[in-house]
Design a protein around this ligand. Structure first.
Ligand SMILES: Nc1ncnc2c1ncn2[C@@H]1O[C@H](COP(=O)(O)OP(=O)(O)OP(=O)(O)O)[C@@H](O)[C@H]1O
Length: 335
């Protein structure tokens, strides 16, 4: 049975600046936790602390009850049994795919190591490429080899830093699905560092949001999306309409303080021809499966993402309502 990998009040300073600042986070086995945040939020640094590539200045990193890092005491990365996957595959160029995967299996008899490497390559759909060298493989194939190499030694946890962002979009989905399926099946804690909210929402079980070294919120993906604790968390998960409650036409909201900040996801702005709240359609553009509308509600401009429907014509009027599940209200001092 795998144990959670966890950080407890972890701080890491560069000079006098805490780039990871008092972070506590538990990664449960068998689940993918996405670590989401803007550039410089401290995501990669937290991953390096969890992996043992860097030591902590305060707090502890634990695997189950075992302390892996404490100030002045760091179990080195190679002794942690934690698999790492980075954006730049980092395969050994002079080894075939099979030998790259077998590299971490030196403790096993040779035949057993080779068989296990073959099994992992097969699992990631790479059996026919086992004898190819990295330069003979596509980016997607190289990343699959890197994933097989990280999983083959049966690590206690896996940490991934933007592993799919360097891949061609046409390959990304299949590599990501293969990798995340294999990781979930391994039943170990997994962290996926990403700056892409769509990737986090669609592919992770849990989401942790960081900003300026601090963990803002962590929880099940659906909970973070529908119950953000702050405007910063809501904004980290995708575009929003923002306006003071006092700017909304009468009837659009119910009973909010006029000074409160209202945040509404574009897909929470719904077209309802029967609604008494009237809006002029300023523009309507196809964005694939959804149409993006710019609406004018008596001076309040809102963006809506709606399924294609008839009667949506630029310059005409329609009724609008807000989906309460995708509308968030914050006191103006919580922005
Ligand atoms: N070795 C270092 N020495 C000094 N400052 C560093 C070092 N490594 C990172 N930093 C700084 O720490 C902050 C956090 O960096 P980190 O790479 O963890 O952010 P990130 O959230 O992963 O960002 P990105 O998405 O851009 O990779 C940044 O301001 C960075 O410049």
């Amino acid at each position: 049975m795998s144990a959670p990998l966890s950080a407890h009040g972890v701080t890491r300073r560069y000079g006098d600046r805490a780039v990871v600042d008092g972070v506590s986070l538990s990664l449960p086995p068998g689940q993918i936790t996405a670590l989401l945040g803007g550039s410089g939020a401290g995501k990669s640094t937290l991953l390096r602390l969890l992996s043992g590539l860097e030591g902590v200045d305060e707090g502890e990193i634990r695997l189950g009850e075992e302390i892996l890092s404490a100030p002045g005491r760091t179990v080195p990365a190679e002794k942690r049994r934690i698999g790492l996957i980075f954006q730049d595959f980092a395969l050994f160029p002079h080894l075939t795919a099979a030998r790259n995967v077998a590299f971490g299996l030196k403790h096993l008899p040779k035949a057993e190591a080779a068989a296990r490497a073959q099994a992992w390559l097969a699992r990631l759909g790479l059996e026919p490429r086992a004898n190819a060298y990295p330069h003979e493989l596509s980016g997607g194939e190289q990343q699959r080899v890197a994933i097989a190499r990280a999983l083959a030694p049966e690590p206690a946890a896996i940490l991934m830093d933007e592993p799919f962002s360097g891949l061609d979009p046409s390959l990304r989905d299949s590599v990501r699905d293969a990798a995340l399926d294999a990781i979930r099946a391994a039943g170990i804690p997994a962290l996926l560092v990403t700056h892409d909210p769509a990737e986090a929402l669609e592919h992770a079980d849990r989401i942790a949001i960081m900003s300026q070294g601090k963990l803002l919120q962590e929880g099940a993906a659906s909970e973070i999306y529908t119950r953000p604790v702050s405007a910063a968390v809501a904004g980290a998960l995708g575009p929003l309409n923002r306006f003071p409650a006092g700017n909304a036409p009468a009837g659009l909201l119910s009973g909010q303080d006029p000074g409160a900040l209202i945040l509404v996801r574009p897909e929470g702005v719904c077209i309802d021809p029967a609604s008494p709240i009237r809006a002029t359609i300023l523009s309507a553009r196809m964005t694939g499966p959804l149409t993006r509308l710019t609406l004018d509600l008596q001076g309040l401009k809102l963006t809506a993402l709606v399924p294609p429907m008839s009667g949506i014509v630029q310059g005409t009027e329609t009724g609008v309502r807000l989906d309460p599940a995708l509308t968030f209200t914050f006191a103006s001092d919580k922005v």
